[in-house]
Design a protein around this ligand. Sequence first.
Ligand code: CMP
Length: 139
Amino acid sequence: ATNRTFTMIKPDAFGAGNAGAILKMIEEAGFKIISLKATRLNKELAGEFYKVHQERPFYSDLCQYMSSGPIIAAILEKDNAVADFRELIGATNPENAAEGTIRKLYATSIEANAVHGSDSDENASIEGSFFFNAFEQVS
Ligand code: CMP
C-alpha cells in the first residue's frame, strides 16, 4: 500500500552540501516529496525528537550533534515507504551499509550518519507531525 515515511538530512550531510544529491537519490528511488523544509533543532527539541533513546549512552552526544547545524526535514510517500526507505539509506553504521546506499555514500560515522529514516508507520506519523502541521502534510 502507498504510505509515508519521515526523513531528516542531518547536519553533517547538509553542511557538506550533499542535500541536493541525497534528495535526488530519494526521488530517483520513487519517493514523492510531500513536505519539505530546512530548519534547525536546538538541544531541547533534538532531545524531544529522540526521547526514545534517552537511556542510551549516545543520547547526549546525539542531541548535541543534531543541534549543531541546520537540517532538512521531509515527509515522503511511496508503496512500502518505511521499509523501502530504510533499504535506500542502509545500516545505521556506515561501515555496515550496503554499496550504493545513502549512508554508504554520505555518512561519516555511526552518529553523523547523513540521514534519518522512521522505523515504523506509527513513528513516521509521529515524527512527521513533529515538524509539519496538518495542512503542510496534504499532498
Ligand atoms: P537515527 O536512525 O536517526 O536514530 C538514532 C540515531 O542515533 C542514529 O541514527 C545515529 O545518528 C545515532 N546512533 C545510533 N547508534 C549510535 C551509536 N552506537 N553511537 C552513536 N550514535 C548512535
